[in-house]
Design a binder for this molecule. Structure first.
Ligand SMILES: NC(=O)C1=CN([C@@H]2O[C@H](COP(=O)(O)OP(=O)(O)OC[C@H]3O[C@@H](n4cnc5c(N)ncnc54)[C@H](O)[C@@H]3O)[C@@H](O)[C@H]2O)C=CC1
Ligand SMILES: Cc1cc2nc3c(=O)[nH]c(=O)nc-3n(C[C@H](O)[C@H](O)[C@H](O)COP(=O)(O)O)c2cc1C
Length: 186
């Protein structure tokens, strides 16, 4: 093992394996998990919604492509987030991918800022679904939530794409090592 590397093993002999429904405490702490996750770079998104539950949005890195048939993303949202109630009530959302110039607005949507103030920090439009689309998003995906699954502290929202725009050539905003970084397109 290289100097400074730490190996966190989750391997158990067959007889010791627990059912996924077991109440036994996990063998990897949340702190160790977050530390490991902090070294993996991710893209950064503003996930936004509007509808009967009101307008809301939050900064997200837990966004992933699921399948291209039908084109589907997943988004993980903490049930303790101030935006959660709106996402629980609304069926439509928009996943806005951020460019390097969006660091300030990403900080606003990243917590503690009142909802109206978050949206006042950028320019928005509505297109196919009525969910807020960031005018200068690097790319956006307007979606209908097709399934919701509660896992631990979060809900996983499966989101079928109804309309979208593809990435342009600007620098991307990345997040890793608990900081923002800029990535040239080529
Ligand atoms: N998936 C999530 O819910 C994420 C939440 N955050 C939140 O943003 C704030 C700043 O985070 P950092 O400065 O990156 O330090 P941190 O130590 O809280 O997070 C390090 C990494 O762990 C993961 N992570 C953090 N909180 C998580 C959670 N509740 N559930 C699953 N994965 C999680 C993310 O990959 C994150 O980049 C914290 O309050 C954190 O909880 C940040 C990234 C992802
Ligand atoms: C870079 C970054 C990525 C984040 N990713 C997620 C995420 O994927 N899911 C999530 O529930 N919260 C994520 N958060 C946290 C939320 O953006 C927000 O801070 C949290 O919901 C608390 O906000 P509140 O003050 O409105 O309750 C992320 C925060 C940052 C800064």
């Amino acid at each position: 093992m290289a100097l400074g590397q730490q190996h966190v093993s989750t391997h158990r002999p067959e007889a010791e394996r627990r059912d996924v429904d077991s109440e036994a405490p996990p063998s990897v702490s949340a702190v160790a998990f977050r530390q490991a996750m902090s070294c993996l770079p991710t893209a950064v998104y503003l996930v936004t919604t509007d509808g009967p539950g009101g307008r809301a949005g939050f900064t997200a890195s837990a966004v992933c492509s699921v399948t291209d048939d039908p084109p589907t993303l997943l988004v993980c949202i903490n049930r303790r987030a101030s935006a959660y109630a709106a996402f629980a009530d609304n069926a439509l959302l928009c996943v806005n991918a951020l460019g390097a110039e969006h660091e300030t607005v990403s900080n606003a949507f990243g917590g503690k800022t009142p909802m109206a103030e978050r949206f006042a920090r950028a320019e928005w439009t509505t297109q196919a679904t009525g969910a807020p689309v960031l005018v200068d998003a690097l790319a956006h995906f307007e979606c209908r939530v097709s399934q919701r699954v509660a896992v631990g502290t979060h809900d996983v929202l499966f989101c079928e794409i109804e309309a979208m725009s593809s990435c342009d050539g600007r620098e991307r905003l990345l997040y890793f090592d608990r900081q923002y970084h800029r990535l040239p397109s080529r």
